[in-house]
Design a protein around this ligand. Sequence first.
Ligand code: RTP
Ligand code: MG
Length: 139
Amino acid sequence: MATNRTFTMIKPDAVENGHIGAILEKITAAGFKIVAMKYTQLSKRDAQEFYAIHKERPFFGELVEFMTRGPIVAAILEKENAVEDFRTLIGATNPAEAAEGTIRKLYASSIGENAVHGSDSNDNAAIEGAFHFAGREIF
Ligand code: RTP
Ligand code: MG
């Protein structure tokens, strides 16, 4: 995946709370182009693999439970400086510490259930995008 792309998920809490439309509006209004998107649900195995980097952390079990409890929206987004700019748009991991106007400040309820995922590096954006999408699903 090109380095001007990032990967995101609208997490189960935000889907349950009816925020898909508002979050996609924030993302496109901020200048991101959607180049791939799907509505899907992660299996336990998917979530364990996707978040493998956190497998020794105390919250890992809770994270896998949360991420698999309902559908998510997965997407690849394109914009100059996509990874960093998207992390700015979503705000801090803990919504209590997220800046005003960020997606997590607006739509997340806790550090565990924080509405959206954003890749943390170009390398991870490529890995995460490829985890969810076949080449023919990326435009
Ligand atoms: P993400 O990967 O989902 O974009 O979030 P992030 O980079 O801001 O945060 P990260 O450190 O990668 O953590 C991944 C996700 O694990 C959950 N978490 N729970 N209970 C806790 O203390 C805790 N800490 C992290 C969150 O869902 C976080 O987004
Ligand atoms: Mg992360």
